[in-house]
Design a protein. Structure first.
Length: 304
């Protein structure tokens, strides 16, 4: 009976709130997705964070610092949303450390030049926005409200990345080559961010039924490609896909085959930076233990 009422609530576009009854599978599905989203925001600070001390100007440094700090904030909103489902922050971090929980494949690629910071803002934040705008309408209230706030900041991130790429594409020959090289390396991993094709996505069926996801992986990927190709053309960079072509009939770009072996290799822990990312997180977490202990002790003291 409760399951019928739950589904009716979903169909009526009413949000599910923490105290409402929900099927156990819905709760677990959300914990999986929201926690992986949170871990992505936090691990995602590393590739760009490596460039804070090497930013080419004070202005660029201030903007990057603010951007990376925003990602930490996004991680915290998402961990809080996830905790409303009855799981502790400690358990969530443990799941990341023992690799029970995933984080986005994109953050396992290295940032080799300043142009990569531009490519991440433009493409990675660009892909994240397409996904997250859709998730603003997700059925779980705390996740949906977190997404609204996060989307506002992500659009600033996308523009700062596109600005870096624009400046470099219009700069010296070497700068333009760096921008093109960054696009060449980040294009395919960015379109992999949307996950496997719908036909190979085990979680999509329930996610769509419960309106956790409002659009499928392939629909979102297509929307990102359609938005991004003209942006590359405007700044004179070439998308590294010989099969990319406007399809008048479909009203979308056709694009080449994604290398799914590469995708699963990275998802399963064997990408270029998987070890480095996880080791760095564990080290920072261990070194921050005294801060967490002190905060807990203080909270206890003032509540007595
Ligand atoms: N990487 O059945 P599906 C950001 C896994 S944005 C790793 O299709 P689902 C902002 C998937 O978990 C990035 N694993 O799964 C930022 C599942 O395995 P599981 C984060 C992936 O959940 C920018 C299996 O494959 N955004 O951080 C990936 O329906 C710059 C089968 O897949 C979000 O997380 C992948 N790319 O769809 C920060 C958005 N794709 O869990 C810093 C919220 C799939 O069963 C700097 N999440 N897998 O063991 C979602 O929308 C969905 O969870 C998808 C996957 C679309 C990621």
């Amino acid at each position: 009976m409760s399951e019928i009422i739950f589904q009716e609530r979903i169909e009526a576009e009413k949000k599910i709130e923490p105290k409402n009854w929900m099927p156990e599978k819905y709760r677990k599905h959300l914990i999986r997705q929201i926690s992986q989203h949170a871990h992505s925001e936090i691990i995602g600070m590393q590739p760009e964070g490596e460039w804070i001390t090497r930013a080419p100007s004070l202005r660029a440094k201030m903007i990057l610092l603010a951007k990376v700090q925003d990602e930490a904030g996004h991680g915290l909103y998402l961990y809080s949303a996830c905790e409303t489902l009855g799981i502790s922050r400690e358990e969530l971090v443990n799941q990341l450390h023992n690799q029970e929980a995933k984080y986005s494949s994109i953050f396992n690629y290295p940032t080799l030049s300043w142009a990569d910071v531009g490519a991440i803002g433009w493409l990675v934040d660009g892909a994240a926005i397409v996904n997250q705008v859709s998730l603003q309408r997700t059925s779980y209230g705390p996740y949906s409200r977190g997404m609204v706030k996060i989307c506002k900041e992500e659009s600033f991130h996308q523009r700062q990345g596109y600005e870096i790429m624009t400046e470099m594409a219009r700069g010296t020959k070497e700068q333009k080559e760096m921008a093109q090289d960054a696009l060449n390396r980040f294009w395919w991993p960015s379109i992999m961010m949307f996950g496997p094709h719908d036909s190979d996505s085990p979680n999509s069926g329930n996610a769509m039924k419960w309106k956790i996801k409002r659009q499928t992986n392939d629909e979102l990927r297509q929307s990102f490609i359609d938005k991004t190709v003209p942006q590359a053309e405007i700044i004179g960079l070439k998308i590294p896909d010989p099969d990319l072509k406007w399809n008048e009939e479909r009203g979308h770009y056709d694009f080449g085959e994604i290398d799914w072996d590469e995708f699963w290799n990275v998802v399963n822990g064997n990408g270029p930076c998987n070890d480095q990312r996880l080791k760095h997180h564990k080290k920072a977490h261990d070194e921050g233990r005294w801060v967490r202990d002190a905060a807990k002790a203080y909270a206890k003291k003032i509540s007595n």
